[in-house]
Design a protein around this ligand. Structure first.
Ligand code: SAH
Ligand code: SF4
Ligand code: F3S
Length: 473
């Protein structure tokens, strides 16, 4: 293993106590005379961002804010952004720009923009120049000090920009306001060291930093004690967990220690990089009490030439071997993936190889994206002669193939009885409840809302591309 050439910055308990004291001071001010300030937190991007928003809400709650979905009612709006594709950035900028209307009606409204998009210097600059509606900008590395940043914004009546370049920090003890009471996110590590040539994440999220295993285990224990039934461990590449820690611990060890907790709960994780997915991990999953037999294993491409240019560090053959190994250990494994179509230099032949890999593996579900150039990444400088129309035609073919396989896989559930966790309402009659199988497939059910948060046996009676339909047994 190569020694780490970067330093890991741990935010001290004292620093977090200071932030909490700032929250308490703001609370006294904001709730003076019995007023109830409101906040809206709008989140884009991956689960890691959802988890970050739970920290932002945790701080806001401690400051005395209640939550609203109404932009016109909010005293503070926090937009937590994503930079992974251009489409996401365009949508975010459009929505942030539209906040001039709400602010015109509510001049004291504070607009904060945080997260991955603004960690890019050119984006922070764009907001500074072209989006005067934005009062506060902070990147992922400055989230832990959101209370003092908001306090400065409220008290100094000037725009605050806090996007320090950083390898990243680890901060424990930030209060959390979780979104649900059945499913929970649990971040086990932050950042990414892989530098896939198309990807912006390592530039905006910093280097890989693992939380200490005792902190993760304690949070998991608390979640189980509080009644959470479905825990998803989060990291950009969970299989690298522990490499930056002094104690000898890897992801499979961590999984085993959480699995040893008593209680009725399900354990999932994402995302796994195929290069680092090991037999030890599959073994830990297969022989666990709580771990779902579900693996999100992004392949990105089925062509070795493209995989190499993407800097993925595995071949098609190695990937297929890992899939076979995982399925050998867990014949009921639900397997999903991400695929990029139209990477610079990809030819029709490369694309056919992706299609053939998809047909060979037969994923339960796939997330497919057209390549989007990201400023500062190596791929953005590679020649990209294929037209947008052609890429779109490839994309459509891939989607059709993926959907065809999902339909067949879902159809095969019909008539079977499966265990599900009922996790919420669909809002649609007559199948008013939503649930997930152990493998994470969506099931719509008829039943009473009092069943939310319980595990049930369900007979699958119907299906389509996206979901299964079932009856309680
Ligand atoms: N860390 C995860 C994925 C993070 S981003 C992993 O390595 O699997 C989620 C997905 O977005 C990626 O798997 C990839 O398929 C897609 N993606 C990332 N950068 C992209 C880009 N520039 N254009 C199109 N899709 C991209
Ligand atoms: Fe991006 Fe690759 Fe890291 Fe995933 S592993 S976040 S795709 S650089
Ligand atoms: Fe987007 Fe940042 Fe996640 S770029 S995908 S929100 S890590």
């Amino acid at each position: 293993m190569t020694p780490m050439s970067y330093s890991r910055t741990e935010i001290t308990a004292e620093q977090i106590r200071h932030e909490q004291a700032v929250c308490d001071a703001l609370r006294r001010r904001l709730t003076e005379g019995g007023t109830h300030p409101l906040a809206l937190v709008d989140t884009y991007g991956c689960q890691q961002n959802e988890a970050d928003s739970e920290k932002i809400r945790g701080y806001l709650e401690r400051m005395g804010y209640g939550f609203t979905e109404d932009e016109y009612a909010a005293d503070v709006i926090v937009v937590n952004t994503c930079a992974v594709r251009e489409h996401a950035e365009m949508r975010i900028l459009g929505n942030v720009g539209a906040l001039v209307h709400t602010k015109a009606k509510k001049p004291h409204q504070v607009v904060a923009v945080c997260g991955c998009m603004v960690q890019q210097p050119h984006m922070a600059e764009k907001i500074r120049r072209s989006y005067p509606v934005v009062d506060l900008v902070f990147g992922p590395h400055d989230l832990w000090r959101f209370p003092e940043l908001l306090q400065q914004t409220l008290e100094q009546h000037r725009r605050i920009f806090a996007v320090s370049p950083s390898d990243g920090v680890v901060a424990e003890g930030i209060p959390l306001h979780r979104q649900g009471s059945v499913k929970a996110w649990l971040s086990i590590m932050y950042g990414c060291n892989n530098y896939c040539t198309y990807c912006i994440v390592p530039y905006v999220r910093g280097r890989e930093r693992s939380r200490h295993p005792n902190q993760v285990l304690e949070e998991a224990r608390q979640l189980v004690l509080s009644g959470y039934k479905d825990i998803t461990l989060l990291g950009q590449n969970v299989n690298s967990y522990g490499r930056d820690l002094e104690e000898p611990v890897d992801f499979a060890d961590l999984l085993r220690s959480i699995d040893a907790l008593d209680g009725e709960f399900r354990l999932r994780f994402m995302t796994s990089h195929p290069r680092d997915a090991t037999e030890k991990l599959f073994d830990a999953m297969a022989n666990s009490r709580h771990c779902a037999h579900q693996l999100h294993l992004p392949v990105q491409s089925g062509s070795n030439r493209i995989l190499q240019r993407m800097n993925r560090h595995y071949t098609r053959e190695e990937y297929l071997e890992k899939v076979a190994l995982a399925r050998e250990q867990m014949p009921d494994l639900v397997l999903t993936t991400d695929i990029i179509v139209g990477f610079p230099g990809e030819t029709a032949e490369d694309f056919e190889q992706t299609l053939s890999l998809v047909r060979e593996v037969r994923y339960d579900a796939m997330f497919t994206f057209i390549y989007s150039p990201r400023v500062g990444t190596p791929a953005a400088k590679m020649p990209d002669p294929i037209s947008r129309e052609e890429k779109q035609a490839w994309f459509d073919r891939l989607l059709e193939t993926a959907n065809g396989i999902s339909v067949e896989k879902h159809h095969a559930y019909e008539g079977k009885t499966v265990r599900v966790l009922i996790d919420g309402k669909t809002g649609r009659e007559p199948y008013t409840l939503s649930a997930r199988t152990d493998g994470g497939r969506l099931v719509h059910l008829r039943g009473d809302a009092s069943l939310i948060g319980t595990f049930q046996n369900v007979k699958i009676t119907g299906s389509n591309t996206w979901a299964l339909y079932g009856e309680l047994q």
